[in-house]
Design a binder for this molecule. Structure first.
Ligand code: NAD
Length: 485
């Protein structure tokens, strides 16, 4: 039986009548047929979201929070099952997919609490017997467009703040992870999210995503994905509020005073966890030349022990890449790196299938201006760049168009503070790797990584709310501001 869209509280077959397969990247076998929706399907979803908006936005926010808490409880109960589905659909190892579900639980709980805050400001008026304040209102119908690499956590990062602020949602997940999206929405339904508040439409980004971004009935778009898609959305979304979270080329700086073993631990996890397919994955290690050889030796020893295989096996360290295109991309970049003159320390080839496996790969002798050191590969391919001091290290770190996450390993507090100040990124870690975001802190990047919005934490609700300014005059006479008589 093919899967269905979820529109207006009902599971419905797509008007298009078309379907696509979602493949298990370990077996390359299909997990089922999912709606390849068309314009008409999207318009129905927008209709449903619009229809429910007036009632949903007047539900008291703490009551909306109660639904989010029920959702968190259901996620917790279903954590293992969801983690296994996620591993089957996108390859990430079970330990990490459990973390993905946990992140959604944490987000739902955090945003449920926001239902009792959603603070505005009160401030004195310049006039007597007059009161001033701001209140937070929903945007209206918002589109949530998500990538495949955190198929439960990223929808939660967006849909939880959207709901607590009183918006209704049209959710378009990645075509690599439609099954995870269906499971996510089923739990929302079970938690008591009213009909039409969250609508799920699956299908091609360029086809149905385009309808969403151009629709004037959509008041906000929250997108996470590739830089080129984000730029396209920014150019075609018109005047609606747009939040963009895009790629990275995240550096870890390892100074000559660093604890090398600790740095190796961090680099290993940041570069090869999720098979390098995290927006915050480390793809550049910028190493002080005094410790370069020691660092390389220690890293190589650890990388050679990494076990590739099904994410469901507890013995596996590195799962497959998500699809054939991702495998080809890593392969292509290895050829580019070799042509550019970088030296391959290990890996460099697809690994034994049938799944989309690629060997953990390290290049050294990498120059900062090589393409492998500047472009997002989104695979297990790491570049090592040697530098003479912190000044050169930060200049290399900043010499790319992205600015999401970053890290420095050092024991010198001065190095740490200079790095915190000078690295152009939305996030800087000290003595820990580029991954490890916590949901009560804002998340996002600078330069081509984003457009200034932040997800998670208190900042996360700004993306999904408008501020309204209120003046209440109880003087009983006409008063004019700016001293006008
Ligand atoms: P992608 O841009 O290919 O797809 C993301 C979503 O956009 C999908 O749902 C896709 O169908 C949709 N889409 C594609 N074309 C569209 C269009 N023209 N209009 C509207 N929607 C469209 O990205 P991906 O391959 O799924 O994800 C990987 C990328 O996401 C990487 O670049 C990674 O760094 C980035 N990412 C960023 C963050 C972050 O928070 N900054 C987090 C995770 C992933």
């Amino acid at each position: 039986m093919p899967y269905k869209n979820y529109i207006g509280g009902k599971w419905v077959a797509p008007r298009s009548g078309n379907y696509f397969d979602s493949l298990n990247p370990h077996t390359t076998k299909s997990l089922g047929n999912f709606p390849k929706s068309n314009r008409e399907d999207v318009l129905l979803a927008i209709d449903a979201a619009e229809k429910t908006l007036p009632s949903w936005k007047t539900v008291p926010a703490p009551k909306r929070g109660e639904i989010l808490l029920r959702f968190a409880q259901l996620l917790r109960k279903d954590k293992e099952r969801l983690a296994r589905i996620m591993t089957k659909e996108m390859g990430k190892v079970l330990n990490e997919t459990r973390g993905d579900v946990q992140e959604a639980i944490d987000t739902a709980e955090y945003m449920a609490g926001e239902g009792r805050r959603l603070f505005g400001h009160t401030t004195p008026s310049e006039l007597p017997d007059k009161s001033c304040m701001t209140i937070r209102l929903p945007l209206g119908v918002v589109a949530v467009i998500t990538p495949w690499n955190f198929p439960i956590a990223i929808p939660a990062w967006k849909i939880m703040p959207a709901l607590i602020c009183g918006n209704t949602v049209v959710f378009k997940p990645s075509s690599d992870t439609p099954l995870c999206a269906i499971e996510f929405v089923k739990l929302l339904e079970k938690a008591g999210v009213p009909k039409g508040v969250v609508n799920l439409v699956m299908g091609s980004g360029p086809e149905i995503g385009d309808v969403l971004i151009r629709s004037e009935r959509i008041r906000g778009i929250s997108f996470t994905g590739h830089k080129d898609t984000g730029k396209y959305i920014a150019a075609h979304a018109g005047l609606k509020k747009v939040g963009l979270e895009m790629g990275g080329k995240n550096p870890i700086i390892v100074m000559d005073d660093a604890d090398v073993d600790l740095a190796v631990d961090g680099v290993l996890w940041a570069a090869f966890g999720t098979t390098g397919q995290r927006c915050t994955a480390c793809s550049r290690v910028i190493v002080h030349k005094k410790i370069l050889r020691k660092f390389e030796r220690a890293l190589l020893k650890r990388v050679r022990k990494l076990k590739l295989g099904s994410g469901l096996s507890p013995l596996t360290d590195v799962g497959p890449l998500v699809n054939k295109a991702a495998l080809d991309k890593s392969n292509t970049y290895v050829h580019i790196g070799l042509k550019e003159g970088a030296k391959l320390l290990c890996g460099g080839k697809p690994a034994k299938g049938p799944g989309y496996y690629f060997q953990p790969t390290i290049f050294t002798n990498v120059a900062a201006d090589m393409r492998i050191a500047r472009e997002e590969i989104f695979g297990p391919v790491l570049s090592i760049i040697a530098v003479k001091d912190l000044k050169e290290a930060t200049s290399v770190a900043n010499g790319v168009e992205y600015g999401l996450s970053s890290s420095i390993y050092t024991k010198d507090i001065k190095n740490a503070f200079v790095a915190m100040r000078d690295i152009e990124a939305g996030i800087t870690y000290v003595n820990s790797p580029t991954i490890g975001a916590e949901v009560h802190l804002p998340f996002g990047g600078v330069k081509s990584t984003g457009n200034g919005t932040r997800e998670a934490g208190i900042e996360g609700i700004n993306e999904f709310s408008e501020i309204k300014t209120i003046y209440v005059d109880y003087s009983g006479r006409l008063q004019k501001a700016q001293g006008i008589e």
